[in-house]
Ligand binder design. Structure first.
Ligand SMILES: [Zn+2]
Length: 459
């Protein structure tokens, strides 16, 4: 047996007690109440990397919650340098009364560790540190150059990270990035996420008379902003689910046969999906399967619309203004800036008569992220998962965005691979979060194999 395997087996109890100790730190990034706990978690991670044999370990200040860095760079310049990412902050644990056992007093039941952050991402990020230790401890070296970068603000959208990563671009430079913050498809089915959607949003205000008016005195004489905004929003999409903003689809790359086959291969039960959401039927762009629409087609959604009187009973008011927030999820090759301009233009052109408009861009846009199919790191990750799960991993996509992936691509020029071992059913962000011990262990083996496979690469 490879000696790292033996080491993992021998030390498993210790790793488990370390995970429990780590989960005990209530490192909730969203609330100022826990600011020192996030710092404590950073210190814990720094110590753990040192213990594993990492060098140049430091807790780095970002202006917000800190990051932790550590490395081992003696594999030689002909070997790749990989950066392993994860986060040690967690979601708030509220509502506490829905937890069967306290969120920050982790317990093991049914071969699962229950506690806030066990799955997202403390269990996940401890895995590569353990694998690093197993190889370092048993062979005295690593097959590749390794950089660890763990952050404490992922759950609040990594606000300081774009500037931070840009500032330390040289320190974090690498050939490949693996994120421990990722999901496998099910408990025993492997998965590689190959794309994330981008995002852009706008708030549109439609303005009528200076103040609210009496509908009996002025109704019928002037345009009603709420009616106008409804007509405007309705003009953005047809009944068949196609977005009718001029030019919206111009840059979208059509799905290839291979893309469609990848999506079709992932198990999916439409009846169950309808039942889960409790809707009468599904609805969306014609010509695409539900999964294709969810994963690989751009969307436009109305997130909120308001104006006029919303209190009890009736009030015969003619409102002075109305507002709507819309966001679009974007796919490969679409540009948030350009889509925003198209929305703006559409509002100008389609605004009903008798009202004025104001459009502002909402914060939080993101570029779409698509892993090139033949990407080397993706192939290596695929080979490892195939070996560990004994199945060819699914190529799945995510309809949401993960800002750090786009930040890495933009600032370091490197595509990140999500190489994590949590499963979507582990109550992430919800009460009774848990992490399966089986996958805690399986992930350690996978990261060891990954490091060795990467070590076979020469630059
Ligand atoms: Zn996470």
């Amino acid at each position: 047996m490879a000696s790292w395997k033996h080491f993992l087996e021998k030390e498993q109890d210790r790793f488990l007690s370390e995970l429990i100790e780590f989960v005990k730190i209530p490192s909730v990034s969203a609330s100022p109440e826990f600011i020192d706990d996030v710092k404590d978690a950073a210190d814990w991670v720094a110590k753990r990397i040192i213990k594993a044999g990492g060098e140049n370990v430091e807790v780095m200040q970002t202006g917000g919650h800190p990051c932790v860095y550590g490395d081992w760079l003696h594999a030689g310049s002909e070997k790749p340098t990989i950066l392993i990412y994860g986060h040690f902050d967690v979601q708030p644990a509220d509502p506490y009364d829905l937890w069967e056992t306290p969120p920050f007093d982790p317990v093991i039941r049914d071969n699962k560790v229950f506690g806030r952050g066990a799955s997202d991402d403390k269990g996940g990020m401890l895995i590569p540190i353990i694998s690093f230790e197993a190889i370092k401890e048993t062979t005295g070296k690593l097959p590749v150059n390794v950089k660890f970068l763990f952050e404490g603000q992922e759950e609040i959208g990594s606000p300081e990270l774009p500037e931070f990563i840009a500032k330390y671009r040289n320190k974090f430079s690498c050939d490949m990035i693996f994120s421990s913050d990722g999901l496998q498809w099910t408990e025993d089915e492997a998965n590689l996420v190959t794309s994330l959607k981008g995002l852009v949003g706008a708030e549109i205000k439609v303005i009528g008379p200076t103040t609210d008016q009496h509908s009996g005195l002025h109704g019928g004489a002037i345009a009603n902003p709420l009616m106008a905004i409804s007509q405007l929003v309705a003009s953005m999409k047809d009944e068949k689910g196609k977005i009718t903003i001029n030019g919206f689809y111009d840059d979208v790359l059509e799905l290839t046969e291979e893309d469609r086959a990848d999506i079709a291969r992932v198990p999916y039960n439409e009846a169950e999906y309808i039942k889960e959401l409790n809707v009468t039927e599904l609805h969306g762009e014609e010509g695409y399967t539900t999964r294709e629409r969810l994963w690989a087609r751009p969307t436009l959604d109305v997130n909120g619309i308001w104006g006029g009187y919303q209190g009890l009973g009736s009030k015969t008011v003619h409102p002075s203004e109305a507002s709507v927030k819309i966001t679009c999820r974007l796919v490969d090759n679409q540009n948030p800036e350009k889509i925003y301009e198209l929305i703006h233009k559409h509002v100008k052109e389609k605004l009903p008569v008798g009202v004025k408009s104001e459009v502002i861009r909402l914060a939080g846009s993101a570029d779409p992220f698509v892993m090139p199919r033949s990407h080397n790191a993706n192939q290596i990750a695929r080979d490892v998962l195939l070996e560990v799960y004994e199945m060819d991993p699914y190529n799945t996509r995510v309809g949401g965005s993960i800002p750090i992936m786009t930040i890495f691509l933009k600032e370091l020029g490197v595509y990140g691979i999500m190489f994590g071992f949590s499963v979507g059913d582990e109550n992430l962000h919800a009460p009774n979060e848990f992490f399966r011990l089986k996958n805690f262990r399986r992930g350690q083996e996978a990261y060891c194999k990954l490091l060795y496979k990467l070590g076979e690469q020469s630059l």
